[in-house]
Design a protein around this ligand. Structure first.
Ligand code: ZN
Ligand code: ZN
Length: 145
């Protein structure tokens, strides 16, 4: 790993929000659902999954939420000043956070191992064949510890 000790740090584009994360993620995925495409500006979101209590945030984070087709509520967290997407959460797994890979400080060695919700991806998308591929939502990987 890139940090001198176990864990990660991140920030929004304007620097008003910073965070630290203890430990390692238990999954890294890209999500092509329509909702993520809106958040990401056309591509997928790239998410590293951590336990929420492993994340320490400094600064003010805004959030918004909506109901998903599954009946779960999806919450997304962002910097109110610059709009950078920082975290996502689902009411189905409230103890977990999806940390947006782009908000993590470089250098880190995280990379997606799976692409999900490919049935909602645009036709022009070319998916890396090395990725595990799922048309919709696969089972949630268990925390490693
Ligand atoms: Zn910001
Ligand atoms: Zn998604």
């Amino acid at each position: 790993m890139a940090e001198s000790e176990s864990g990660f740090s991140g920030s929004c584009a304007c620097g008003a929000v910073t965070y630290r994360i203890a430990g390692e993620p238990f999954a890294v995925r890209q999500c092509w659902c329509r909702h993520c495409q809106k958040l990401a500006g056309g591509g997928p979101t790239h998410n590293a999954f951590f336990m929420a209590d492993a994340i320490t945030v400094t600064g003010t984070v805004a959030s918004n939420a909506r109901g998903a087709d599954s009946g779960n509520e999806l919450t997304w967290y962002f910097c109110p000043g610059c709009g950078t997407q920082l975290f996502g959460a689902s009411s189905a797994r409230p103890q977990m956070r999806a940390v947006r890979l782009g908000s993590l400080d470089q250098a880190h060695d995280l990379r997606p191992s799976a692409a999900i919700w490919l049935q909602e991806a645009p036709a022009w998308v070319s998916i890396d064949p090395a990725l595990e591929q799922h048309p919709a939502q696969p089972p949630t990987p268990p925390p490693s510890d």
